[in-house]
Design a protein around this ligand. Structure first.
Ligand SMILES: C[S@@+](CC[C@H](N)C(=O)[O-])C[C@H]1O[C@@H](n2cnc3c(N)ncnc32)[C@H](O)[C@@H]1O
Length: 209
């Protein structure tokens, strides 16, 4: 594919997202037998690619799972259907509402907590799942910002506090935080090649608790 074609596709996608947002169109998808709606303003888990890549690599069963920043709730619903006890957090009210609608539509049992990151949660959790906004500034599609601190350093800090043993996350090779997560020597479970970047799906193990 020529770089002009890639740019054209990028612009077309951005325009589509802007238009559906402006017209307040709710998108609908069916993924792995899960029906989800994406309310305007909520991170789109299908267009973005990172959510589905992460989902493909979540081989977690019978665990206490915390998803940080659940967006539409797709990953949390998927994890619940795999037989996990799932708690999801979200900072954005629209996203939390969207997740609750999707949880109900799919008859899943997931507690959604409107909070910053994992504030107020005591745990323990076995596994933390987080597909964070890995770009600073205008490229941050999800709008809500994790904080000035690198999302990965924050994930690691909270994972220790909540005594999690495993963390599943994603990062783009173009992320300003790429080095932060790679410094923990995570296992690369998957790489998704996009025109300008690669998305890595990562598994980190925490030992010593
Ligand atoms: C990249 S989206 C991923 C959404 C969903 N997990 C998925 O994979 O489709 C990141 C999500 O994190 C949420 N978020 C951002 N900052 C947060 C924070 N400090 N605490 C909790 N959630 C946050 C955003 O509102 C957004 O829904």
């Amino acid at each position: 594919m020529k770089s002009s074609d890639i740019m054209f596709l990028g612009y077309a996608l951005a325009l589509y997202l802007k238009l559906t947002e402006k017209l307040r169109i709710t998108r609908k998808y069916r993924v792995n037998d899960i029906d989800i709606i994406v309310l305007p303003g909520v991170f789109d888990p299908v267009i973005s690619k990172s959510t589905i890549a992460l989902m493909r690599n979540l081989d977690v069963k019978g665990s206490r799972v915390l998803e940080i920043g659940c967006g539409t709730g797709l990953l949390s619903i998927f994890l619940e259907k795999l037989g996990n006890y799932v708690v999801a957090t979200e900072i954005d009210k629209r996203a939390a509402r969207c997740a609750l609608i999707n949880i109900q539509r799919n008859r899943a049992h997931v507690d959604v907590i409107l909070t910053d990151f994992a504030r107020g949660l005591k745990g323990p959790f076995d596994v933390i799942v987080c597909n964070p906004p890995y770009f600073k500034g205008p490229e941050n599609l999800s709008r809500a910002i994790f904080s000035r601190m690198s999302p990965y350093l924050r994930i690691m800090k909270e994972a220790r506090r909540l005594r999690a043993k495993k963390i599943y996350t994603t990062v783009s090779t173009r992320s300003q935080y790429f080095k932060d997560i790679m410094a923990f020597s995570p296992r690369v479970l998957d790489k998704v090649k996009l025109p300008m970047e690669k998305i890595y799906v990562l598994e980190s193990e925490l030992k010593g608790h």
